[in-house]
Design a protein around this ligand. Sequence first.
Ligand code: CA
Ligand code: CA
Length: 637
Amino acid sequence: MCVAGTSSAVHVYEFQPKGQQSDSYLLYSKNLTLPPLDALTFCVRLRFYFLWEVSGFLQVSDDSSGNLVPTIQAGECCRHRNLCEVLLEVNLNYIRVTLANFRRYHFLKNRLRALTWHHLCVTYGEGVTVSYLDGAEQDRHPYELNQNITGNHAKVGAWDKASSYSGQLSQVNLWSRALTKQEVAALAECRQSSQGNLIAWEGPWETLGNVSLTEEPIDKLCQEASGTDYFVFTDFTAPAAFQVCEGLGGYVPTPESRGEYETIVQAVDKYLKNNGRQCKPFWAGITDNQEEGVWTLVKHMSKLEPPWAVDEPDGSNLENCAVVEGPLKMADARCDEQQCVVCAVPRRPVWKLLGACERYHRNTHFVALQDPNEGFLFRGYSDYRIVREGSDWLWWDWRNKQTVATLSSGVNGVPIGRQDWRLTRPMCGQSEGETRRLLLTPCPADFFSCDDASCIRLYQRCDLKFDCRDKSDESGCQLVRFPPIYRLDLPPVVNNRNNESSPLPVTVHVIIESADVDTPSMHMHVNLNVSMTWQEARLDFLNLNEDYTLNRYVSAELSKGGSLVFVVMRVGAPSPWLINKSYVLVTAPTDPTGPNCPLSRQRSEATPSPDGMIGCGTRDCDPARQGIHTVQCVCRS
Ligand SMILES: [Ca+2]
Ligand SMILES: [Ca+2]
């Protein structure tokens, strides 16, 4: 058992390893009588496999009769007074904290990663509850409890069958005071390992149902969050290797020491052993194709003197890539050779499958794995997996035992990025057999995913410069989508609260541009520039840039009786593009062809978005780029 300074192994319990939902849990079997509490801290280390709507992993209940209610229906817990003293449930991006029947959602700043150890704490004291993930504060809420927290039963891993927890749990502790953020950080980083004074992980715990116990080194639990995954693929050219590793959120490593080499070989050996394959030699992440004899890392172009094998490099201009033949043994090689590649992927990315009309967020989330038996695959957080079958990739619904879609291409045969999947069951109004463009991406919310799944900053999308290797950041840069019934000569209809039409507020600007007075004939010639401005809610805006000069839209097609000119910009900078209503507004340029509006920025060359997946206003677009916009249009006559 883990006590600070005395041992480095901890008990780890595993629940529902295959994602089945069952009544399996741990029961604290020591006599538990919580005194009336007005402060507490609960901490746990968790590594989940699958997620449901909510996955309850701790319940402290107070049942004066002494009988546990073994199968409480979901939601019933909090209707039964005194039944639910502490209830913690986890989801993708929030934890649900219930204290003495008072429930609040605590949103997490980063999504939880499957198959990765996380440290979670909730403190309550002085009427405030604070949640921490991996030692960092996430959310806080005032809690107005009208009773103290008590309890005589503690269950870990489930509180009912439908919301049971799937994954591993360790270091479950409950203290009778609110730990400070420094104490929480010390626990998260394994600098300290203390037992709760109310519930202690050293137990005793009674296991009910199918729960298994292992011992793990505490260091492993702490280091995994910052660890590196290695994936191995055979028969890749060097450019394909660089592209796929980058698309997976990683890079091709270049082992410069014996230790680095051993780490890579050990990591990949377990995948290869099962199918009798070898990965020798494997590509190094360097090239001298810019300047002969000057080797640079592909990852960030910095120079490097590789540890060459004897008589290497020997290929001069013909060999501008390099392979690793053994520890401290590299050799230059032709870049178009087919070799094995190991991709190093730090900090296990959260993969998202976008464009599929999925109702549940957790169903769009995946983790990349290399299973010794199944090979490389994407395992969904809930119902799906993306697995290879023959030469195709299958998007497989394991719960319904049904293939959702198939893919025969991918980025060098890996099913990442924007790909045309063939549907094998109806989806989003499309029928079986049709193709649908889907995006499988590891890019975080403030990044744009190139077609090959590599990530660039969001502001580099549609900024008139190529940043993606495949130039996909400058394709589909349409700015506005007009609804089919849009007519410039008809104003938008504004409905009031009773859903009745009400007058549309319009601002009219009149500018007298010149006035010639012909005195002898008493004649005056006047040029008027009349513009009208109104709120325009009928349009969908796509590919909006923070640099609003890139959001200028001038339409000559709509010039019958006037032209439509607007620039969309955000208010409330510097907050990122998020789904809220705060970044709407629009100004009109005074002169769409004047010096402030270079023609090159008018984007008349923009092509329509091929799939409607990038951008805003469609149900399937990337949530990070979605928003609700209104716009003011200026109609010039
Ligand atoms: Ca060379
Ligand atoms: Ca760009």
